[in-house]
Design a protein around this ligand. Structure first.
Ligand code: 5AD
Ligand code: SF4
Length: 479
């Protein structure tokens, strides 16, 4: 159904929703201004994103809204009047970190009783977590989840009015709220959501339960956002989704991810395009062709393998085999010979045998990744793997993990070594934390490079000759 000006009813409702939030933002801003007038002090927010790039990007939206509400940013938690943690639950240690911080916050609130503490993100979407917080961490003021981030202003207003713990967790939201105020973390590179949620249900993974079903944004909205960012000076855009290769399939006018890449490649002024994450089961020949043909698409592919064993992959519900993954890598490498491939690997999935583990080592040796993110399997309540038999004992898991790194790291070193003597275009990102005459940046294929230079270069793309290899980063000289 559409309205007179050809907008869908959903779109109109969403616009109204956002208007409502804008009104709450104004109300809180007035109050914050009055506080400043009265006391001569400002109200500060501390905004911590945990977990993946998706959360980091969501936190840019939280920051946009908090700034609209008149809060100033602080990176010092002990100066904050409003503290917000955007939580992750992908592995148990991510959750432990939040509980640890909540313990600290209890003391903080004793000496700062007016401070507001808000929790949001993936971890909050789980009932068990919510119940624990309600019963044990009563000093938390606001809790919301992944589906209603844009409601933050209203939730702050409610908390202030009622003085009570304000909880708003949704089970699902099939609509996408556009135009939430956002403050990008960097001036030269930005992330843009192309889709939300995940339909894959890998047996170990909590994401489909906490981020809902796949929904894609309209290409026009994505392109408009990218043009806006580029007009502010952004050089590099990261297209974000849990599984970008299934982008656009369910839109009213379906479009493939390959086609979206081609359209983004046309954006004038944009220099680099990255994307993540690609599921190997959906990586089409057309996408490989688009990556090869689009000059702005970086020669870098993050292609999580998770395990090299066909048996384990079947029980993980990954829908590819060791052979089909390796075949895909061969295809990508033959189309784009200088591509760098990185991956995610889980060690110790239930039932993993020594032979299965050896298959993972085989894959590592054959693919020769440029980097890999390696994880010990972590049991997530509610996922199919949590109740599988043959959970791998911790000592076996840790021993495999150590052996994995012993094979992986020398290969990463060898891969990086190939770049010595070459000249790479580097997007300069920041001054090194160790030494202020050293800059760090990334090559097109995503390798970190350190080189001497002055901070005026931050945000530009400069040629750098690679002279040394430190395994996880390269040393370069500006030419
Ligand atoms: N245990 C360990 N690692 C996990 N990942 C996802 N779920 C788990 C889990 N239960 C890893 C996968 C994924 C990455 C983001 O996190 O490798 O690709
Ligand atoms: Fe990201 Fe998954 Fe962690 Fe959520 S649970 S923050 S989607 S890694």
């Amino acid at each position: 159904m559409t309205t007179d000006d050809n907008k869908s009813i959903d779109e109109v409702l969403l616009q109204e929703e956002l208007q409502e939030q804008m009104a709450f933002m104004q109300k809180i801003k007035k109050e914050n201004l009055a506080y400043t007038e009265e006391t001569g002090k400002h109200r500060y927010f501390y905004n911590l994103a945990m977990g993946c790039q998706m959360n980091a990007h969501d936190s840019e939206k939280l920051e946009g809204m908090l700034t609209e509400m008149g809060y100033l940013k602080t990176t010092n938690e002990t100066d904050a009047d409003f503290i917000i943690y955007n939580t992750c639950c992908i592995r148990e240690n991510a959750e432990q970190k939040v509980y640890g911080k909540l313990g600290w916050l209890k003391h903080y609130k004793k000496s700062n009783p007016d401070a507001i503490v808000a929790l949001c993100g993936c971890m909050m979407q789980q009932d068990t977590v919510l119940n624990t917080i309600k019963s044990k961490y009563k000093h938390v003021d606001i809790i919301f989840g992944t589906f209603n981030l844009y409601k933050l202003p209203e939730l702050i207003a409610t908390r202030k009015e009622t003085g009570e713990m304000t909880i708003d967790i949704w089970e699902e939201n099939r609509l996408i709220v556009e135009n939430v105020p956002t403050i990008p973390s960097f001036s030269y590179k930005g992330a843009v959501n192309i889709m939300y949620g995940c339909d894959n249900f890998c047996a170990y993974c909590i994401v489909p339960y906490v981020r809902g079903r796949e929904r894609s944004r309209n290409p026009e909205d994505i392109l408009a956002e990218i043009r806006g960012l580029v007009s502010q000076g952004m050089k590099e855009i990261l297209l974000l989704g849990q599984n970008v290769n299934s982008y656009g399939k369910k839109l009213d006018s379906p479009i493939t991810f390959a086609e979206l890449l081609r359209q983004v490649n046309e954006v004038e002024g944009l220099e680099r395009i990255r994307f993540m994450t690609s599921h190997p089961k959906d990586l089409s020949d057309d996408l490989i062709a688009a990556m090869r043909d689009c000059d702005k698409v970086c020669h870098y592919l993050h292609l999580p393998v998770q395990s090299g064993s066909t048996n384990v992959l079947r029980r993980m519900n990954r829908k590819y085999t060791k052979e089909s993954y390796l075949e895909l890598v061969r295809k990508v490498k033959s189309a784009i010979p200088d591509i760098a491939i990185s991956t995610d690997i889980i060690v110790g999935f239930p039932g993993e045998t020594e032979e299965d583990f050896q298959d993972t080592l085989d894959v590592i040796r054959e693919v020769r990744y440029s980097t890999a993110f390696t994880f010990l399997y972590s049991k997530r309540t509610g996922t199919p793997a949590a109740t599988m038999e043959d959970q791998v004992p911790e000592d076996v898991m840790k021993d495999r993990f150590d052996r994995l790194l012993k094979v992986l790291n020398p290969l990463i070193h060898e891969e990086n070594h190939k770049q010595i003597g070459t000249t790479q275009m580097v997007l300069v990102e920041e001054v090194s934390k160790q030494k202020d005459t050293i800059l760090t940046g990334r090559t097109d294929n995503n390798t970190l490079v350190h080189f001497e230079g002055s901070k005026e270069l931050i945000g530009s793309i400069v040629p750098v000759k690679i002279v040394d290899n430190k395994t996880f980063y390269l040393i370069g000289e500006r030419i």
